[in-house]
Ligand binder design. Structure first.
Ligand SMILES: NC(=O)c1ccc[n+]([C@@H]2O[C@H](COP(=O)([O-])OP(=O)(O)OC[C@H]3O[C@@H](n4cnc5c(N)ncnc54)[C@H](O)[C@@H]3O)[C@@H](O)[C@H]2O)c1
Length: 295
């Protein structure tokens, strides 16, 4: 019995790069995979991945829906459930870049990236969650799994990627709220932050030296984490941000209030704008604070 036997999973952007690697890994563990990707200019990448999976004895279908098409994504879920009788996981992986510095970025550059990453993530998460909620309300068992994809650019920011960083940070918030709202229906939501050599990162000057045969930038390195996250086993983990770097998975903590950098006015009084400059300088350590206060 393989870890994902009997489970049906949709992977968006599954025709290339990380998505392709996820599809192959999921199929290797027994999942039926819906390989979603745009038809593309050079043949149909999703169909090629389906052929690879079938050649290895697995089950997969290609789906050409654009993730940014709200109704189209609903149709993809309906087709999946009617063809395979179930849906167990969705992997929001599809992505594009339109990198420019803020002052050169056009409205189209911004909208295009938000439409694929952020709205695309919402579309699939929303329609899959509707499906799982209906099952839960009908008293049927649900182990729904949502895996989103963020980036170092979303977690920490990156020059020239305002649109992308904004979308990828938004997906972290989407994961948090989805985890909060869908837990009661047996659905988890987690998000991975991969690092991989793909078409998307082809222009980056990374050190790609493989260490003793291990290729840190192989897109397939993130796929075991994705396979586990869509399995029933991982049901105890939700709302997590996981950085996957080569052979290592690390939890990334979200925003935290820093109790060491704080300014408080007189207790239970409104802040006074005219006092903030000195107060904030002290809080940030730009001015000496003097004797530590207990309040
Ligand atoms: N490569 C990295 O190091 C890295 C790092 C952090 C995050 N990511 C994220 O991982 C994901 C995969 O990136 P990749 O590096 O494999 O890139 P990639 O370009 O190789 O693959 C992205 C795939 O998404 C598909 N896609 C684009 N728009 C789509 C749409 N509207 N509907 C359906 N499919 C669509 C593309 O056709 C392509 O096959 C992206 O979300 C990316 O932001 C990648």
């Amino acid at each position: 019995m393989s870890m994902l036997d009997g489970r049906v999973v949709i992977v968006t952007g599954g025709g290339r790069g990380l998505g392709r690697a996820h599809c192959l890994e999921l199929a290797a563990h027994g999942a039926t995979v819906v390989v979603n990707d745009l038809p593309g200019e050079d043949a149909e990448p999703a169909k090629e991945v389906v052929a690879e999976i079938e050649a290895l004895g697995g089950t997969a279908v290609a789906d050409p829906t654009s993730v940014s098409d709200f109704d189209g994504v609903a149709g993809m879920i309906e087709r999946t459930v009617s063809q395979f009788g179930r849906l167990d996981g969705v992997v929001n992986n599809a992505g594009i870049l339109r990198d420019k510095m803020l002052t050169s970025m056009t409205e189209q550059d911004f909208d295009a990236v938000i439409a694929v990453h952020l709205k695309g993530g919402f579309n699939l998460t929303h329609h899959a969650s509707l499906h799982w909620r209906a099952l839960g309300k009908a008293g049927k068992p649900v182990a729904g799994r949502i895996v989103n994809t963020t980036s170092g650019a979303g977690l920490w920011g990156n020059l020239g990627q305002l649109n992308y960083s904004t979308a990828k940070a938004g997906l972290v918030a989407m994961t948090t709220v989805t985890a909060m709202e869908m837990g009661r229906y047996g659905v988890t939501a987690n998000i991975v932050s991969p690092i991989a050599r793909t078409r998307m990162t082809a222009d980056l000057a990374w050190d790609d030296t493989a260490v003793e045969g291990f290729d840190r930038l192989d897109p397939a390195n993130t796929s075991p984490a994705v396979a586990w996250l869509v399995s029933e086993e991982s049901g105890w983990l939700t709302g997590a941000v996981l950085r996957v770097d080569g052979d290592t998975i690390m939890r990334v903590n979200g925003f935290e209030m820093d109790q060491n950098v704080r300014y408080r006015t007189k207790a239970d009084h409104k802040l006074d704008a005219t006092k903030l400059d000195v107060g904030m300088r002290k809080a940030f350590g730009v001015l000496p604070g003097g004797i530590p206060s207990s309040s």
